[in-house]
Design a protein around this ligand. Structure first.
Ligand code: PEP
Ligand code: MG
Length: 314
């Protein structure tokens, strides 16, 4: 099955009955963009730009960032790139950007909150992305957004830069990885171009389980019905406004979750490079009808174990 999946890796992501689901790759380094294409990725659904900031002793300058992002765009050869702006703080400290000691770093200065404390750093990154993209499809995504205020502040920088540099083929969206953002998806959907659901953090914050906890992290299961309901709300709000929704957390490559996510209506799955062929193979094996059944079954269960058992029994 592995070999067959690999042989069909350049086919478009589709269910067996033809519903289009884009399959993209998550990258932690632009050097892997060519490998993603070679594995059949239809784009990059999450570029974790932290690597670039971690690899330098200080904030990388404009030219350095332009060169890095350009490398990804060149390898992608016209495929879209979803670049997440700098997502540090919490579990991802940046040595040259110290954050005052916090009792709860996961609930502290991190993601877009931290980035907005030094808007000039965010602005340089956004400028580099826009310059590197030129006319190529760039999707900018802000991490750890809790409500529309943070989005508007960050978006205003993009709008200002676009007025200066030119518009290009750019969409601006947010990650849905804090429960408040999922609950408020209708208000966000009115203003963003897309959502990408970060199920790793969304699960952590919904279940109050540290995703890296030595004993508890196995219980941080994204197939929990509470997480699935938040995904459902997010997709419904997005589609009501004609926006697309991706999944960029690990749940997107969980074979038990794929039919559920398709049944909930997600439009894109972004997974690690090596998983792209397998995810496409799983999609070919389901239909919209079976996917709906999986979603309905999962949503009606009380625990993640019950979800997994019920899906297994279908
Ligand atoms: C997530 O939170 O699901 C996600 C994709 O982002 P990261 O794993 O980088 O926090
Ligand atoms: Mg995250």
């Amino acid at each position: 099955l592995r070999r067959e999946a690999y042989g069909l890796r350049f086919e478009e992501g589709r269910t067996g009955d033809g519903q289009r689901i884009e399959v993209a790759a998550n990258l932690g380094n632009t050097a892997h963009a060519a490998d993603a294409v070679e594995n059949g990725a239809e784009g990059v659904g999450l570029l974790r730009t932290e690597f670039l900031f971690m690899a330098h002793p200080d904030v990388p300058d404009l030219q350095t960032q332009v060169a890095e992002y350009s490398r990804a765009f060149e390898a992608l050869d016209g495929r879209p790139l979803v670049a997440r702006t700098l997502d540090v703080g919490g579990d991802k400290p940046l040595p040259y950007w110290p954050v005052p000691a916090e009792d709860n770093p996961f609930l502290g200065l991190r993601g877009i909150r931290l980035a907005l404390t030094r808007p000039e750093v965010l602005e340089t990154q956004l400028r580099a992305l826009l310059i590197a993209a030129g006319a190529r499809p760039l999707r900018i995504m802000f991490p750890m957004v809790k409500d529309i205020d943070e989005y508007r502040q960050a978006r205003a920088i993009v709008d200002r830069l676009q007025a200066e540099i030119g518009a290009g083929d750019v969409q601006v969206g947010v990650m849905i990885e804090i429960p408040s953002a999922a609950l408020l998806a209708p208000s966000l959907a009115a203003e963003v171009d897309f959502f990408s659901i970060g199920t790793n953090d969304l699960t952590q914050y919904t279940l109050a389980i540290d995703r890296g906890h030595a004993e508890l992290s196995s219980q941080a299961d994204g197939l929990h019905p509470a997480v699935l309901r938040l995904i459902q709300m997010t997709v419904e709000a997005a589609h009501a406004h004609g926006r697309w929704v991706g999944i960029c957390g690990e749940l997107g490559s969980d074979p038990a979750a794929i039919p559920v996510l398709v049944g909930l209506g997600v439009d894109e799955l972004s997974v690690s490079v090596r998983q792209v062929p397998m995810v496409k193979a799983h999609l070919r094996g389901i239909t919209q009808e079976t996917a709906k059944r999986h979603a309905t079954t999962a949503l009606s269960q009380p625990t993640s174990q019950a979800v997994r058992d019920a899906l297994e029994a279908l």
